[in-house]
Design a protein. Structure first.
Length: 149
């Protein structure tokens, strides 16, 4: 799954609208851009499965972003993926001028969960999950305190 996001983000159509590093792939583009067409291709290529590390179905998430474009072409699409453990990159990039090759499916460095490893957790991924849950609870409690104040 990681390699699909990286190849989309580093494509000529999306490179200027993307940030790729060892901690995330982030694409923010307008609905009427060529990159939006690449994101449609990404949505078609993504597996229809639950990604436990981010607690969501990534395909459904991208499709929902694309659905918002139907309302207005002036809207923006935002898609992001976080690996379950940091991926080593020689540099971060927000252009196609990168000195690193995108990870390919089956690459040993691609440690993101796919549908065959859902439910299997390593200690590093598990501890990161608990940190994410802890942050989520802190945020929720802060929101409740603000509402009650």
């Amino acid at each position: 799954m990681w390699d699909l996001y990286v190849s989309t983000a580093t494509s000529d159509a999306c490179a200027a609208d993307s940030t790729v590093n060892g901690y995330s792939v982030y694409i923010l583009t307008s609905c009427d851009s060529e990159c939006a067409d690449k994101i449609k291709d990404l949505a078609e290529a993504l597996p229809n499965c639950y990604y436990y590390y981010e607690f969501m179905n990534k395909k459904q998430d991208v499709l929902e972003e694309l659905d918002d474009c139907g309302e207005s072409s002036s809207y923006h699409i935002s898609v992001t993926i976080y690996p379950d453990s940091p991926i080593e990159f020689a540099s971060s990039t927000s252009s196609s001028e990168s000195d690193t090759e995108p990870l390919l499916s089956g690459d040993p460095a691609d440690e993101t969960l796919d549908s065959s490893t859902v439910g299997i957790a390593s200690s590093a991924g598990l501890s990161q999950t608990f940190v994410g849950i802890d942050q989520m609870w802190s945020f929720l409690l802060l929101q409740i305190a603000i509402i009650l104040a």
